[in-house]
Design a protein around this ligand. Structure first.
Ligand code: FAD
Length: 478
């Protein structure tokens, strides 16, 4: 298995904070005690065909797709908004949807969703520039996170509030129901298959019954508790296992800051170095959808578990302190930040990786060779120009053994190298849309998700605007 390192032409644009790890923190010692919770009857809150748990990019795309297929669909989300990390996590930089020639390969839900956003809510290069290798154009967009490896890409930054609203309206227009403030606690299991969920809310513990469950929690909460096999190994050389709570500073002059970075790289380097010396972990500001708002997607903190409540708390405490420290340093030293203020820390903690399903199929580093999977549900741009686009198989959403459940989004089945790009927002839209169509077919036909006819699934995806490879180049799925 290769590593996703810079030498391999990988994705490490930001080396400085990648390995920030607070090894000195103290772990809570286990108490060794257990208590027994009394068994009780749980009210059934609702019935549906397709239950989607988690309203992030994958869950929203799944709910819209299932609703449009005519399935009675319910989307359950623990927070008060949709969009997951793309909104509540302030990950407003939507990564690449074009291949290295500038052709849009992630389409379908992604295309439709972005087209709904008003122009003032989106910042990014025009379509005519996608794929451009012109040095000046690429340098300009690189500072605005829309050019990599010298190629301009379709990777806009978007207003999170507008995205929340667009996601909510699309789900409702598709005829799906939403349940906010509801935390999916345990899968409801019958005959070894997932048939719904027990959730916690202000009404206490309740249940929802469903013909098919889509686990879109990002952390594999449901498939893990249902006993499905999963992996949690990481690529130490990549950032995909790092955690942090992102934030926004308002009142900035980003064009001024970007000019300074471009024209005085040595001064910028010295500024970053002083920040690291003062605070140990220090992050550069990214462009957002507005020139007066700066985006901080780090410092990335390593060595924590995304499914350990003490670790989640420690990352929150550290991230909030870092936010205040960054404000002080940026205001004092960075051109364009003199009037900056702490606009918002993300309502959702930034988790890139927790668990990855062990699926009936998978995406491995060895698959980045241009092969087309027979059960392809979409095509992902590759990590670097030297790799062809990557065919994403349906099997990566289907648990090895567990029935009644699909798992799109950042916890899909893949190896750590492939996770570095399959976890990105457009790829989560892609797998979410496929899970929604498949779950609706499974519920409608009364079959297990693994038995969904691939031709019918692919026809449904094409109807939804998804780009699939030419079927003549398909190979049988490994
Ligand atoms: C700091 C950071 C920077 C990133 N940078 C980029 C970037 O630049 N570009 C890019 O495209 N991607 C980026 N990513 C990756 C991307 O944001 C995520 O991988 C993507 O949002 C995952 O989508 P998802 O739907 O699988 O999960 P999530 O976005 O995590 O959504 C899951 C949703 O499920 C809900 N949920 C979870 N558990 C439960 C439960 N038990 N019950 C009910 N609801 C539940 C959550 O509240 C959330 O709304 C970044 C991620 C991080 C953390």
């Amino acid at each position: 298995m290769g590593t996703n390192s810079e030498t391999e032409g990988g994705r490490l644009f930001f080396r400085s904070e990648t390995f920030a790890s607070d090894a000195s923190r103290r772990r809570r010692p286990p108490t060794g005690e257990r208590v027994t919770e009394a068994a009780r009857d749980i009210p059934v809150h609702a019935h549906c065909d397709v239950l989607v748990v988690g309203g992030g990019p994958a869950g929203v795309a799944a709910a819209v797709a299932a609703g449009r297929q005519g399935a009675r669909t319910l989307l359950l989300e623990r927070h008060n908004h949709l969009g997951g990390l793309s909104t509540g996590g302030l990950v407003v930089w939507i990564d690449r949807m074009t291949d290295w020639s500038g052709r849009k390969v992630i389409r379908g839900f992604a295309e439709e969703f972005l087209a709904r956003l008003p122009a003032e809510a989106v910042a990014g290069p025009p379509a005519a520039a996608w794929g451009s290798r012109d040095t000046a154009t690429a340098a300009w967009w690189q500072l605005r996170t829309a050019a990599f490896h010298g190629v301009v890409t379709h990777s806009p930054t978007c207003d999170p509030e507008v995205m929340k609203l667009a996601a909510m309206e699309m789900v409702l227009e598709a005829g799906a129901e939403i349940l906010f403030h509801a935390w999916g606690a345990e899968p409801l299991m019958e005959d070894g298959a997932a048939r719904g969920v027990f959730f916690e809310s202000k009404q206490g513990r309740r249940a929802i019954r469903a013909a098919c469950v889509v686990d879109a929690t990002g952390d594999g909460d449901l498939f893990a508790r249902a006993g499905a096999a999963y992996d949690a190994d990481i690529d130490e050389a990549d950032i995909h296992h790092c955690m942090n709570t992102s934030w926004l500073f308002g009142g900035v002059n980003m064009p001024r800051y970007q000019r300074w970075r471009a024209e005085e790289p040595e001064a910028f380097g010295a500024f970053m170095q002083r920040g690291r010396e003062r605070f140990r972990y220090f992050e550069r500001a990214f462009a957002s959808w507005r020139d007066d708002v700066a985006l901080f997607l780090g410092p990335r903190l390593a060595g924590y578990s995304a499914v350990d409540v003490d670790d989640l708390t420690a990352v929150e405490i550290q991230s909030h302190r870092l936010m205040a420290q960054h404000l002080e340093h940026y205001r004092a030293e960075a051109p364009g930040f003199q009037n900056a203020w702490m606009m918002l820390s993300a309502p959702q903690i930034g988790i890139r990786h927790a668990r990855r399903l062990r699926g009936a199929g998978s995406v491995l580093r060895s698959d980045w060779d241009g092969r087309v999977r027979a059960d392809e549900i979409g095509v992902s741009p590759s990590l670097a120009p030297k790799f062809p686009s990557v065919s994403v198989p349906y099997g990566a959403l289907v648990p090895e053994k567990l029935d009644g459940l699909l798992a799109p989004g950042r916890h899909l089945s893949c190896d750590p190298n492939s996770h570095s790009f399959l976890r990105e927002i457009p790829q989560c839209w892609l797998t979410g849309q496929a899970a929604g169509v498949a779950a609706a077919i499974a519920a409608n036909r009364g079959i297990a998700p693994r038995a969904v006819p691939i031709a019918e699934l692919q026809a449904g995806l094409r109807q939804g605007g998804v780009h699939l490879s030419d079927p003549r180049s398909a190979q049988s799925a490994a």
